[in-house]
Design a protein around this ligand. Structure first.
Ligand code: A3P
Length: 289
């Protein structure tokens, strides 16, 4: 079966299905106690979702396994009444709702800002995201064919991939942090010291669960455990949407895998382009830990 092309909404390339249901996103009404998880794709969305859900459940892993992670923490962009379970579910979800999105900051429904919702943003370095995204495009067939790595990398640098430019995304959310309740985290920090970062999340959520529960959550949200947890690893998604035999969703889970994919020439071109796009910001990323 041929792969669907991306479709633009106000200049933002999206998976066809999301683009066609865009009005549902704009209509969405946030509530003051909603907690929004925001990420560029492949930055650690599933990881932070599992962490937040386990904190909400006081570290009770059995409660956190009641559904797959994409049901427990649904996508804002999946909110299509009557079509996808997502929305009835969003409306029926007991507070506090945890909702995730990949939208660039300027595309977020206004009511999230009006209601001053808490938001957690996770950012991951551009090179590892590119590599992870390339593998994801291959296995998640709702995306166009990524082509070769060289071709995909160019499209990624040009912002011609699902959800647009990584550069604009991380900068846009970083700027909003000044005026809104946004906890801005880095994937590399989470890899380096998950306990320290999960403690920050607990504090942000105003949940003091104590040292023992904290340690349990650190363990149960590790890559190794999540990879084996069918409620966290996207195993329950039909193969026509995600084919884990092409590349598992829980692929490597490390910082620095880009070194296994970028050629020296690609890396030099990438760095030069990166400096142009990121030169003006105070945002700093680590590409290994
Ligand atoms: P890799 O493809 O580099 O392995 P998202 O959830 O935003 O789609 O991001 C998926 C990426 O996060 C994948 O990266 C995946 O392996 C990684 N990931 C998921 N859970 C993780 C965890 N507990 N620890 C570290 N990385 C994790």
């Amino acid at each position: 079966t041929p792969r669907p092309e991306l479709k633009c909404v106000r200049g933002l390339p999206l998976i066809k299905y999301f683009a066609e249901n865009w009005e549902q996103v704009e209509k969405f009404q946030a509530r003051p106690d909603d907690l929004l998880i925001s990420t560029y794709p492949k930055a650690g969305t599933t990881w932070i979702s599992e962490i937040v859900d386990q904190i909400l459940n006081d570290g009770d892993i059995e409660k956190s396994k009641r559904d797959a992670i994409f049901i427990r923490v649904p996508f804002l962009e999946f909110a299509v009444p009557g079509v996808l379970k997502g929305t009835e579910q969003l409306a029926a979800m007991p507070p506090p709702r945890v909702i995730k999105t990949h939208l660039p900051v300027e595309f977020l429904p206004q009511s999230f800002w009006d209601k001053n919702c808490k938001m957690i943003y996770v950012a991951r370095n551009a090179k590892d995201v590119a590599v992870s995204f390339y593998h994801f495009y291959q296995m998640a067939k709702v995306h166009p064919d990524p082509g070769t790595w060289e071709e995909f990398l160019q499209k990624y640098m040009d912002g011609k991939v699902s959800y647009g430019s990584w550069y604009d995304h991380v900068k846009g959310w970083w700027e909003k942090k000044k005026d809104y309740r946004i906890l801005y985290l880095f994937y590399e920090d989470m890899k380096e010291n998950p306990k320290r970062e999960i403690r920050k999340v607990m504090k942000f959520m105003e949940k003091d669960l104590g040292e023992e529960v904290l340690e349990r959550i650190v363990r149960d949200t590790s890559f190794k455990i999540m990879k084996e947890n069918s409620m966290a690893n996207y195993d329950t998604i039909p193969t026509c949407v995600m084919d884990h035999s092409i590349s598992p969703f829980m692929r490597k889970g490390i910082a620095g895998d880009w070194k296994n994919h970028f050629t020296v020439a690609q890396n030099e071109a990438f760095d030069a382009d990166y400096a142009k796009k990121m030169g003006q910001t105070s945002l700093r990323f680590r590409t290994e830990v």
